[in-house]
Design a binder for this molecule. Structure first.
Ligand code: S3P
Length: 433
């Protein structure tokens, strides 16, 4: 359970300075948890995400026969099932986590049991047909309720397919790769927009072979995985809130240690630079294919410009769009976001909630079906914010509140614990008032 109070009051800040280490990357933590559960032997994971979502993945692995030990040094040890999941005693609870539900579906489909995947209210509203289609093509039987969870998987042997992902989605790609790893034959998959490639790196780390030729990934079936030792890089999508806060103050100075800088996630850094952030990257290292470095950011003396975000870029920074929208009024030229319709089917309808909360803070903007156009040069005022139980909305508007006139109340603030339980404490330590 989260210890974050449901209502958080955010006071405006004078500046934003300091150094923090954000929790381990949510996407990578999920993948390591799931693959560790399937692998043979024990996997030791340092800096595993403290967010509730990856713990939903761990909980499912435990129900499937893996052993999970939380060590005092915050290392998590997962002893896997050596390729043989057991029939779980009850439904597998994915909580709020779309990543858990979609990726685990692919991992489970080749196993000869019946699995039921459930989640909270938000997860039950999210589209699941996108994973059913490829898995059915591979020979799996999945029952959905009107395209949504609960999902019942009648597992059994799968056959390789060639699949073109119709929507850019790393979760769908991962479901297919995880199923392909255990299918008969070689599965290939093409994506038009290159989505985050943590699954590819994680699969290789656990000993699987997969190849990429141009836009096509191929994975042979019937491969076995072996447990690993790994450190999860800090989560750039969590760091994004602080990077955006640093942009709001001319004399800010922020240092983020051990941050994941995988190129398929790092487009955000280009956006921060385009807006007027000055970024220095230091000490870059590679662990299991993932780049980790220290980032220092401050603001160019010319202040914040603006940016138009569309096309592939929208898909690549989809999780960071709410916070960019929330700081847009404080830029000089505004921020326009298009081609981001997927935002409407995340943990909430993020376009609608960003619009509602920007309005509450006094901003003018235009809402589109696939985005928002938010003019710059606007001064916001403190307001009552509704997170809609969405972690990224709660955190995005906490950042907007730092430059508002007056205090802002974030309602449903406890949602931050889904990805970043330490958010409000770290935010407070970085703000000077
Ligand atoms: C994720 C992929 C993205 C992202 C989500 C995490 C992942 O979703 O929005 O927060 O870990 O693969 P889609 O795969 O639906 O694009």
């Amino acid at each position: 359970m989260s210890s974050i109070p449901s209502i958080q009051t955010i006071r405006p800040a004078r500046t934003f300075q300091g150094s923090v280490t954000v929790p381990g990357d949510k996407s990578i933590s999920h993948r390591y948890a799931l693959l560790a559960g399937l692998a043979e032997g024990t996997t030791r994971l340092s800096n595993f995400s403290t967010g509730a979502d990856p713990h939903s993945s761990l909980g499912c692995m435990e129900a499937l026969g893996a052993t999970i030990v939380h060590r005092e040094d915050r290392t998590i040890e997962v002893t896997g099932t050596a390729g043989k999941f057991i029939q779980p005693a009850g439904a597998l609870d994915c909580g709020n986590s779309g990543s858990t539900m979609r990726m685990i579906a692919g991992l489970l489909a080749p196993h000869p049991h019946t699995f039921t995947l459930i989640g909270d209210h938000s997860l039950t509203l999210r589209p699941m047909e996108r994973i059913r289609k490829p898995l059915m093509q591979m020979g799996a039987r999945l029952d959905l309720v009107d395209g949504h969870a609960p999902i019942t998987i009648h597992g059994g042997p799968l056959k390789a397919i060639a699949f073109d992902t119709p929507i850019p989605s790393a979760q769908v790609k991962t479901a297919v790769l995880f199923a392909g790893l255990q299918a008969e034959g070689t599965t290939s998959l093409s994506e038009s927009v290159r989505t985050r490639d943590h699954s590819e790196h994680a699969l290789r780390a656990f000993g699987a072979t997969l190849t990429r030729t141009g836009e096509t990934l191929s994975i042979a079936g019937d491969q076995r995985l072996k447990g690993i030792e790994a450190t999860v890089p800090g989560d750039l999508s969590s760091a994004a809130f602080f990077l955006c806060a640093a942009l709001l103050f001319p004399d800010s100075n922020l240092i983020l240690d051990s941050i994941g800088m995988n190129p398929t996630r790092a487009a955000l850094l280009d956006v921060i630079s385009a807006l007027g952030g000055k970024i220095k990257v230091l000490n870059v290292e590679e662990h299991h294919g993932e780049l980790i470095g220290t980032i220092q950011v401050n603001v160019s003396p010319n202040g914040l410009k603006g940016i138009d975000i569309a096309g592939a870029l929208s898909a690549q920074i989809i999780d960071e769009l709410p916070v960019l929208a929330a700081i847009a009024p404080y830029t000089r030229d505004g921020i326009t976001i298009r081609d981001a319709k997927e935002l409407r089917v995340k943990e909430s309808d993020r376009i609608a909630l960003v619009a509602q909360n920007l309005k509450a803070m006094g901003a003018v903007f235009t809402e589109f079906e696939d985005g928002l156009a938010i003019p710059g040069g606007q001064q916001l005022h403190g307001a009552s914010i509704d997170s809609g139980s969405d972690h990224r909305i709660a955190m995005a508007f906490s950042i907007a509140a730092l430059r508002a006139n007056g205090d802002t109340e974030i309602h449903g603030a406890e949602a931050a614990a889904i990805s970043f339980p330490e958010f409000f404490t770290q935010l407070d330590s970085l703000c000077q008032r």
